[in-house]
Design a protein around this ligand. Structure first.
Ligand SMILES: C[S@@+](CC[C@H](N)C(=O)[O-])C[C@H]1O[C@@H](n2cnc3c(N)ncnc32)[C@H](O)[C@@H]1O
Length: 319
């Protein structure tokens, strides 16, 4: 449900992402396969190519009868040994600085490490999140992977907290790439957060906002309602601002980024509990849940349902 202030949303998130949630989160099939797809599409991003057409991005990825839709790290992510040759315009290079904002446990962050590590080069990965429990998992990963070629560190910061302004200012103009995966729909003041993230980019650096894309949000006329939290359907109760035009406006007009594009990057199948579907999915999917039309299976004593999900990438570059 939408909350009234940024502080309310932060408090609600900290209490939701608790120990029980974190341990289940890392084992969720949907989380694992989405992580692969999030990282793949960032690693393979080519600034010189146009984004996928609606038709291309509508093809459902994977086979839902298989574990993780049949996706593995090996068959999904680019080969780290030949990445530079296979993706000559790819943004990832040893020696660069990556920020994962709202990094959670770091299960997505971890996937970028093989493309950053090289003897003699010092790369840096920073994770920022408000949640101490998720960051414990991130910090375990940081301990495992940090060495003379990679510094991996986390900060438990609400970057909009005025008391942290000075500490947060050290991130300005620091990062080659910033990613933020499936977190924007949790963030109340995402417009101001985006402006901050843009300020953290180096000149020429790229920001990737990646989130579930409930296509029903395109039905809201934000200019008419002045309510970004407007309820379009039972399903769309949160931050209806993840509309392509709103994301483009925030990235371009409010944050001063260039080469801005927001579009669906891919579609795939995921297994999710009813509570997730009610809060994230489009009206048709919610109706299918209510009328018993979705396939189900048991996951850790919880019934999960098979749904299709779209994922949006909003991308921009610091001039
Ligand atoms: C669904 S999790 C996604 C975590 C991770 N990015 C991933 O893809 O696995 C959402 C994350 O957003 C974080 N979050 C929510 N509001 C935030 C805020 N205002 N600032 C930073 N992190 C926030 C939560 O603590 C949580 O870790």
């Amino acid at each position: 449900m939408p909350t009234n202030t940024h502080e309310d949303a932060v408090a609600a998130n900290i209490s939701t992402f608790d120990e029980e949630f974190a341990s289940k989160y890392e084992k969720r099939e949907s989380q694992i396969l989405l992580s692969y797809l999030f990282a793949k599409n960032v690693l393979e991003f080519d600034p010189n190519k146009s984004r996928k057409s609606d038709e291309e991005s509508s093809k459902l990825i994977g086979d839902p009868s298989q574990y993780c839709n049949g996706l593995t790290k090996e068959n999904t992510l680019p080969n780290p040994l030949t990445y530079e040759k296979d993706f000559p315009n790819g943004l990832f290079k040893p020696g660069m600085k990556l920020l994962d904002f709202a990094c959670g446990t770091g299960m997505v962050t971890e996937l970028f490490i093989p493309y950053l590590k090289q003897p003699g080069q010092k790369s840096e990965i920073v994770g920022i999140d408000i949640g101490p429990v998720f960051l414990k998992y991130f910090n375990e990963r940081a301990k495992k992977y940090s060495d003379e070629n990679l510094e991996m560190k986390s900060y438990e910061y609400d970057i909009l907290n005025p008391k942290l302004e000075k500490k947060v200012s050290k991130f300005e103009n620091q990062f080659d790439v910033i990613i933020c995966t499936i977190s924007y729909h949790h963030i109340h003041n995402y417009e101001i957060v985006t402006q901050k993230l843009a300020s953290f980019l180096k000149k020429g650096g790229w920001l990737f906002i990646i989130d579930f894309y409930n296509e029903d949000v395109e039905k809201i006329d934000l200019s008419n309602t002045n309510s970004k939290n407007m309820k379009v359907s039972e399903a769309v109760q949160h931050m209806g601002g993840l509309k392509k035009s709103s994301l483009n406006h925030v990235l371009k007009n409010l944050s001063g980024l260039i080469n801005v594009t927001s579009s669906r990057e891919f579609k795939t199948f995921i297994w999710q509990p009813a509570s997730f579907i009610e809060n994230h999915s489009d009206e048709q999917t919610v109706n299918n849940l209510k009328t018993g039309k979705l396939k189900q299976k048991d996951f850790n004593d919880e019934i999960n349902y098979l749904i299709e999900t779209s994922v949006i990438y909003a991308i921009g570059q610091k001039p």
